[in-house]
Design a protein around this ligand. Sequence first.
Ligand SMILES: [Zn+2]
Length: 339
Amino acid sequence: MIGLQFTQQGKIVKVNRMEMCESFDTSKVKITKVLLTPEDFRTLLGDDTAIYPVIPGRIAIGQISDASEGSYLIKGTRVYINPVNNCNECVDCLSGNENSCADFKRAGKNVNGYLRDFAVVNNSQLYFLPPSVKDNEALLIDYIALALNAIDKLNISKGEHVAVIGGGIIGLIISMLIIYYQAVPILIDGKSENLEQAKLAGVYYNLFSDNKVEKEVNELTGAHMAQKVIYVSDSNINTDLAIKLAAYNAKVGFVGFSSPTLKVNFNLAMRKQLEFCCITSGFGSTEQAINLIANKVLDLSLFNFECIKYEGCETKIKKCAKDLKDGTETVLPVLVDMM
Ligand SMILES: [Zn+2]
């Protein structure tokens, strides 16, 4: 196996080692496409939840090159690799509540990711991709699964107003799914290009996050404010807004793959008797996400990632990590063609 690895000191080094299927419940996968996400760039910059050295590459698809006897997937099958796996060791895992695992293994963070030519993967993490799911769509499965978990945990129901704060990929996919489930998203962002995308995606209420937004949500909801609020954790918008836009007794969900330092004003939250919850993975909803894509429920043509070859990876990762650190430019995921 050859690939790239991040060291604790923020260096990128090459790795080259043998990798073989060790047990009957693993398969060897030829990695064909990897989506490097801001999560990966954050790991290079130093992340206290990461375990170094670590191979980056949170999201990947590939082809089974060596199937194990225990697998229903045969050689040549195109698969999606679920980036999150439960630990199988904590109290929740041992009592059958894998969805509440206390120590999720996250690719590219506390276990190796997929920026490498081959990977030996647990069969439970491999998902067959139907032909109707294109490669570029499959790379969004993790985002869709996260959005599904958020909608489920917040128990969003038909006709409800949901304020979605943060209009990047996560916020946009959540809003699209809220429409699919016949509720009403109000997407709020500080970047006009994100609001333009929201319009293209059919998100009717898209508001700029300035000092007028509270009044606008008040009007849109007939002074009730939002029964549900979703705050996307890397939106760079003050969390006060989430509390202000929430109706009394509303549910507020904090959603994202990472947990940047966030401060929340509990004074107002307590006065409104808000209910908080946090959603940090799509674990448990992968299958449903694949089905939604296969059934063409969402228009994913809006999401076009910059595509690079593996050879140009190192330079690109460094550049993205620097941009993320400087905070001057929007850092988007980068697609790496491994073929
Ligand atoms: Zn566990």
